[in-house]
Design a protein around this ligand. Structure first.
Ligand code: 5RP
Length: 251
């Protein structure tokens, strides 16, 4: 009797799984398909957004995108875009942004986000809230049931003046939710300073934040607070790259 043929090995099965960075790149490239010549584009910050900025520059060099103007959401993105030859502007000159593309730290089922673990929440929120369309790009590890419930930080940007007083007041706002508040520090143990010269206090919730709009109002009512990292109702769509492919979530 002849030997039975060897089992079929599909190419996919023989390949190593995609890395988290490859998934981020897939989501970023998918989002850049929405960029059209002549658009004013909000350029996000972080390891996922970096791929989108790189892809936009690549398409510009190939002559497939012309007349693009970028608005950077951080000095880091400003430097990347400048080094790649993307012309940059700001909200003073271009108050309406056609499309922003940025990563996120957490995405809930209603497309509310936590952003700012990279420290750029204020400029990100300014640019993305001025955008006609805001596409969020993430790998599937960023999807959560409730934002703030992952045990990871929800950042709040505060002015340096009496920051420890702000920390105590922030903590007191969420006294019932087992909230831990910590000043963000750098590798040198010194306070992390944002692009705007401010400090960041990271809030860690034992459970989730509760009502997001109420939490937002309470935080923003405190003097000394500049902005928080909850992006409520700002995302138009979220492109999620996972090991089984890309999905697009829209409101
Ligand atoms: C920076 C941000 C980033 O978008 C967020 O931290 C996600 O970063 P990454 O793409 O590196 O995972 O909000 O302030």
């Amino acid at each position: 009797a002849s030997a039975s043929p060897p089992p079929m090995v599909t190419p996919a099965a023989s390949q190593p799984p995609l890395t988290q960075d490859e998934l981020k790149k897939i989501a970023a490239y998918k989002a850049v398909e929405h960029v059209q010549s002549g658009m004013v584009i909000g350029l996000g910050t972080g390891s996922t957004a970096k791929h989108a900025v790189g892809r936009i520059a690549e398409l510009m060099k190939q002559g497939k995108l012309i007349g693009i103007v970028g608005i950077a959401t951080s000095t880091k993105t400003y430097e990347q875009a400048t080094s790649l030859g993307i012309p940059l502007s700001d909200l003073d000159t271009h108050p309406i942004v056609d499309l922003s593309i940025d990563g996120a730290d957490e995405v809930d089922p209603d497309l509310n986000l936590v952003k700012g673990r990279g420290g750029s929440l204020l400029r990100e929120k300014m640019v993305e809230s001025a955008s006609k369309k805001f596409i969020v790009i993430v790998d599937e590890s960023k999807l959560v049931g409730h934002i703030g419930g992952s045990g990871l930080a929800m950042p709040v940007e505060v002015i340096p003046f009496c920051w420890s007083h702000s920390l105590i007041r922030l903590k007191a706002l969420f006294a019932g939710s087992g909230c831990v508040a910590k000043l963000r520090t750098g590798d040198d143990g010194e306070a992390y300073v944002s692009d705007n010269g401010n400090y960041i206090i990271d809030l860690y919730f034992e459970r989730d934040i509760g009502d997001l709009n109420e939490a937002s109002d309470r935080i923003l009512r405190l003097p000394g607070i500049v902005e928080h990292g909850m992006f409520i109702g700002l995302a138009s769509s979220v492109i999620v790259a996972g090991v089984h492919g890309v999905t697009v979530k829209t409101k």
